[in-house]
Write a protein that binds this ligand. Sequence first.
Ligand code: UD1
Ligand code: UDP
Length: 365
Amino acid sequence: MLIDIIAGARPNFIKIAPIVDAIQKRRDQGVAIDFRLVHTGQHYDKKMSGDFFEQLGIPEPHHNLEAGSGTQAEQTGKIMTAYERLLMQQPCDLCIVVGDVTSTMACSIAAKKMNNIAVAHVEGGIRSGDWTMPEEINRVVTDSISDYFYTTSHVANNNLRQAGIAENRICFVGNTMIDTLMKQMPHLRQPEFWDRYRLTAGNYMVMTLHRPANVDRADKLKELIQEVVMGSQQLPVIFPVHPRTAKMLDAAGITYPTLYAVEPMGYLEFNYLVKHAKAVVTDSGGITEETTVMGVPCMTLRDNTERPETCTVGTNELLGTDPAAIAPAFATLFGGRWKKGGIPELWDGHTAERIVDHIVRIYKP
Ligand code: UD1
Ligand code: UDP
């Protein structure tokens, strides 16, 4: 049996690492299961791609589709065309897509249209209800043609049921991003700038921003950053800057003495920083899950989330995108009143094993 594993963007690499591990383990036990790792090339900078393969021990991709950047349609078209070509040369039996990026949707369509190849969506069923975000369209389209859904929450299960998906296609397994976090926790590394910036545990903030609604307009980005810097009471704000955000940051010339803008960080250094932070300010999806598991206060600069359990169970709070919401949240944080939070069900480090066990069961001759 040949499984294609698709990965294109930074969060994908973190989600596929344990799936690759679990398949390799089954192969070593003599199960007739093989995989082909397909990198779409959506993210291509070393700091957004190669470094994650190195740090997480992900093998070299068998194929790189080299799609690169572009408009939504351009990127989708390039990925679909290149993946279809690969499938024509050698089809697979199952195509695993993860998350909600353009690569996820594009490859699921290409596989399904290629003689009805089965598609499994890891992180299926989550919904923000926000149609202004490309990710919501990617989720809904991918789920509408997937055969198997590996879900992170009961909310996701219910969303799928409401969409008419049969119960036997929904597998509640947990979160592969958390598999990676739990595996790597003992290996997290202090970033090289730790001493240079005089960081100590609990005495700095971490911020990441990359959503178009926050970063594609200079005035909006500036207002958000200013509020975070002002709210942080002189503590350093470490800001690993996503390439999308870097362009705007440079153009707008946004600088503050306590704002430390750094390049996108390696996984081990970034999560060391998060683990010891006073709090995190972000618009990332994955980071809200990691802060939940590490019990670090998290403020999300979005109006909605497709991961509600990070708020209902975890340490995450949705502040919205109005900069005026930031100061009151910092008052809660510095007043020692941030909620404590727990860990969502099945986010236990064994999700990928459950996924591969299920695949082996359904494909048994
Ligand atoms: C994409 C995902 C988003 C995810 C994010 C994770 C979609 C629609 N968006 O957003 O859901 O949260 O990845 O980080 O799939 N760029 C570089 N180098 C790179 C990659 C990108 O310079 O290696 C720059 C390019 O100018 C590019 C821009 O960043 O145009 C945006 O990249 P793109 O992959 O289109 O979307 P992201 O904003 O990264
Ligand atoms: N991450 C990282 N270095 C950074 C910023 C993020 O290793 O400088 C990791 C983070 O720990 C998480 C993932 O990247 O595992 C989240 O990716 P991103 O925020 O780009 O995408 P999203 O989850 O919002 O789709």
